[in-house]
Design a protein around this ligand. Structure first.
Ligand code: AHG
Ligand code: MN
Ligand code: MN
Length: 341
């Protein structure tokens, strides 16, 4: 009896199965997720041959964040802008690389979705061939009757209908949640398909890893310093210290987050002297990953409360971020806010 090959499920088929859970669905959401998948394949191709094509290095410009824009940032940004909402599903697009959001003139079509994305995360690592990624969040348009406006754009993560990320690493993986579990798909470049490789990802309740840029320690607050000390040496729980964690920090949020999601651990980006409100962006980094981690059993906090409950005051709002294994993040939040949650 020849063993029949295990046919893995493509992401397109997985998304269609998801649509069956919503009989009234128009197919717009399915189309939008497939547009994101298509853009990810194109960016993956460029990232994986960046060393061969003159696409490495910086453009010489800086973006709204005041950060040097790498050529791949620009390229990835252009690809997602071009691929998203090709069938009229998107009314607003917001990118980390664009100062202002793009409001699509609401012509024919549903235009029911708002998509905010970080087209290339970890871009300072590009020239060193370190894993980089894309992060995206999808919200529903709120003002169904009148013209879209700030109320449709500035929504808390709790209102996300889906979010996920792509990691361009030793292989390219797309991980997403639409509220029915967290699922990972690995790109098979030989057939150009993302195939289901990590179904129903759950993250360990307690992790063995902490990820933080210790170079920022001189400008952390004392509670943050004490928290990281106890992550390193073990919690001074009064019942003997519960062994310290090991340190892993890549400097690409998507790569650090993905490893901690699978292995268990906590990523920290506390406020620093030059970023007193935190470095990472709420809408295109923290909130989408917070939805993923909560659907995998983890938690994400700004040090006072859930990331998902924060309503942005502007598209590029930054927040402190503590994200990963639930017990670790809840403990950090208690350490920093002094409040038992
Ligand atoms: P981006 O490349 O999209 O600007 O994001 C970079 C972020 C994030 O990926 C990473 O965790 C963090 O910057 C690293 O910051 P430091 O270099 O200050 O540690
Ligand atoms: Mn980023
Ligand atoms: Mn970026």
């Amino acid at each position: 009896m020849t063993n029949t090959p295990r046919i893995l499920q493509t992401i397109e088929s997985h998304i269609l199965d998801l649509q069956k859970l919503h009989p009234a669905a128009s197919g717009d959401f399915t189309g939008l997720l497939n547009d994101i998948t298509f853009a990810a394949k194109i960016v993956s191709r460029e990232v994986n041959k960046a060393g061969l094509v003159d696409i490495l290095g910086a453009t010489g410009e800086s973006n709204v964040q005041g950060e040097t824009v790498q050529k791949l940032d620009d390229y990835a940004n252009a690809v997602f802008l071009k691929c998203l909402g090709t069938r009229g599903q998107v009314c607003i697009m917001g990118s980390e690389e664009l100062a202002e959001p793009i409001f699509n003139d609401v012509g024919p079509g549903s235009h029911n979705y708002v998509v905010i994305f970080d087209p290339l995360d970890g871009s300072s690592n590009i020239d060193a061939n370190v894993s980089v990624g894309t992060i995206f969040g999808i919200w529903k348009r709120r003002s169904l009757l009148n013209k879209v406006g700030p109320a449709d754009l500035l929504q808390p993560g709790r209102q996300l209908v889906a979010s996920g990320y792509v990691i361009y690493g030793s292989s390219t993986m797309l991980v997403y949640t639409a509220g029915h579990g967290v699922h990972g798909f690995t790109l098979d470049p030989s057939i150009g398909e993302f195939l289901l490789s990590h179904e129903n990802i759950t993250t360990p309740f307690v992790g063995g890893i902490y990820s933080v840029n210790e170079g920022n320690e001189p400008t952390w607050s004392e509670p943050v310093r004490e928290t990281v000390r106890q992550l390193k040496y073990g919690r001074d729980s009064g019942r003997g210290s519960a062994g310290g964690k090991t340190s892993r920090y890549i400097g690409s949020l998507v790569a650090d987050f993905h490893r901690n999601l699978l292995y268990g651990g906590v990523f920290l980006y506390p406020p620093t002297a030059d970023k007193p409100g935190g470095k990472l962006r709420l809408m295109c980094e923290a909130a989408p990953l917070a939805l993923v981690v909560e659907n995998a059993g983890g938690y994400a906090s700004d040090g006072r409360g859930p990331i998902l409950d924060i309503t942005p005051d502007q598209l590029h709002m930054r927040v402190p971020l503590y994200i990963g294994s639930r017990d670790d993040v809840m403990w950090i939040e208690k350490m920093l806010s002094g409040v038992q949650r």
